[in-house]
Write a protein that binds this ligand. Structure first.
Ligand code: DSN
Length: 483
């Protein structure tokens, strides 16, 4: 359920030796690395998008693979001497294909945003056989001259994307203005039902018929329910859209076979993107899985939108994916989902309002407005008490995306530490204690502040002590001792 067993003495020696070498050049950095482990060990990490990678995964990133340029793809590089990087990339891609049952895997993206950009360009390249390309005498967008690009941009500007709205839990890279996707595409969004908070597939279908998007995008970063990808594919097919699924948040639940059948995106989507460091518990990075007809365009990710591959990170992806192929990862993924239900029930029975009144994945979204505070105040007060979360807008949030009325919490990290039902129920109790002890201060104009707050005296210390009791029973990287 936790990490696969590792040799703690060997890991301790590896880290201590590495830190000694680093400290001999820049002691501040060695100190920050050590301090980060201490911070992560002593706090309740509930950020839904974070986890703890295994020592094997982490150690794979600190080596000379980092020093090799390898633009191109396996066996087809723009640099000499890439035989070891070929081994690394092929191994990671093989594991990804096998784990997710995907026809093709591209493991070069450096992050989730990069993976989505690769996917967007691949879909444009694959789908736009446009007169614009033909007129320009080009077969592929990569072959266009500067002049032709100007023509193509006009054509591209008319392409539509339909994705989940940000305040319903969608992601910035799904066509929203602060991200390049919002500039590349004419974006439309679907929301959630105002009563239930659930995804309304009829609305998705209605909007798809109305807007006829090139890309129907599914996936989320703050929606606490599973998505029926078979239905999404039916909608995409009806309107001739490419179904792209961003499974960054729940890739671990797909890998661990919690989401199967209609809820497994990989067989239904034309293109699936993910990060590798969230519930999947690998290194920080991204990945694209796709159906064969998109493979060639996806493989052009570098140099189209990516710099040279980070070979050390691809190697760590291979290690983490090998871990995720073990049966123990399925036990872990099921525990992540079960613990989220316990956490949701623990919060609701203590009076907390949750968006959708529950969860079916790894996260819960609290609406903290009944405590008279904003999400920002809740996030800060919880942090004072050693509980690390992040504020998040709730659907139709009156406080907007900065202050928000919500807090998003998730179970992947603490489940890796071995937390089960008893611990998550206690975590719910601690969260409620903090929220009910937090009050906004009053502004000069006499209104409640949206940022400043007071946490009742003693609550932070009491909560930290209570957390320490649980954390001590579930040590992070047990046996790993830094000198
Ligand atoms: N930053 C990630 C998250 O927290 O959901 C996704 O962008």
């Amino acid at each position: 359920m936790t990490h696969q067993p590792f040799d703690a003495a060997a890991a301790s020696a590896a880290y201590n030796n590495a830190l000694q070498v680093i400290a001999s050049v820049e002691p501040t950095i060695a100190g920050a690395i050590k301090a980060e482990l201490a911070d992560q060990r002593s706090s309740l990490k509930l950020i839904a998008s974070e986890n703890y990678a295994s020592p094997a995964t982490l150690l794979t990133m600190g080596n000379w693979l980092s020093d090799k340029y390898a633009e191109g793809t396996v066996g087809h590089r723009f640099y000499a001497g890439c035989q070891n990087v070929d081994t690394v990339e092929q191994t990671a891609a093989d594991h990804a294909r096998e784990l997710f049952g995907a026809p093709h895997a591209y493991v070069q993206p450096h992050s989730g945003i990069d993976a989505n950009l690769v996917a967007f360009w691949a879909i444009l390249a694959q789908r736009i056989e446009s007169p614009t390309l033909a007129e320009a005498g080009a077969k592929h967008v990569n072959d266009l001259s500067d002049e032709d690009w100007i023509k193509l941009r006009k054509a591209l500007g008319d392409q539509k994307m339909l994705g989940m709205s940000l305040d319903a839990g969608g992601h910035l890279t799904h066509g929203f203005r602060p991200n390049i996707s919002g500039k590349m595409f004419n974006q439309h969004s679907y929301g959630t039902d105002p009563e239930t908070g659930l995804l309304d597939y009829d609305e998705v279908a209605r909007k798809a018929r109305e807007f006829k998007p090139l890309i129907l995008i599914a996936g989320y970063s703050a929606y606490p329910r599973k998505v029926d990808f078979a239905k999404m594919r039916e909608i995409a097919d009806e309107v001739g859209a490419t179904l792209m699924v961003d499974m960054a948040h729940f890739a671990g639940l797909v890998a661990g076979k919690v989401f199967t059948g209609d809820f497994d995106p990989v067989p239904h989507a034309h293109v699936t993107t993910t990060t590798t460091h969230k519930s999947l518990r690998g290194p920080r990075g991204g990945m694209v899985l796709c159906q064969p007809e998109y493979a060639d365009a996806v493989d052009r990710g570098c140099p189209m939108v990516l710099g040279g591959p980070l070979s050390q990170t691809m190697a760590a992806k291979a290690v983490a994916l090998a871990e995720a192929r073990q049966p123990s990862f399925q036990t872990y993924a099921q525990a992540v989902a079960d613990n989220a239900v316990t956490l949701a029930e623990g919060l609701m029975k203590r009076g907390v309002k949750l968006v959708t009144d529950g969860t079916e994945n790894h996260l819960v979204l609290l609406d903290v407005s009944s405590y008279g505070i904003t999400g920002r105040q809740a996030e800060s007060a919880l942090l004072d008490a050693g509980i690390v979360t992040n504020r998040n807008a709730v659907p139709r949030d009156p406080n907007g995306a900065w202050y928000t009325s919500g807090v998003r919490i998730g179970t992947p990290a603490l489940t890796t530490r071995g937390f089960g039902a008893d611990e998550f129920d206690r975590v719910a109790e601690l969260i409620v204690d903090v929220l009910s002890s937090t009050t906004p201060t009053t502004t000069a104009a006499g209104a409640p502040s949206k940022a400043k707050y007071v946490l009742a005296e003693g609550v932070a210390d009491k909560t930290r002590a209570a957390s320490a009791e649980i954390l001590d029973k579930h040590p992070l990287y047990p046996g790993l001792e830094l000198s």
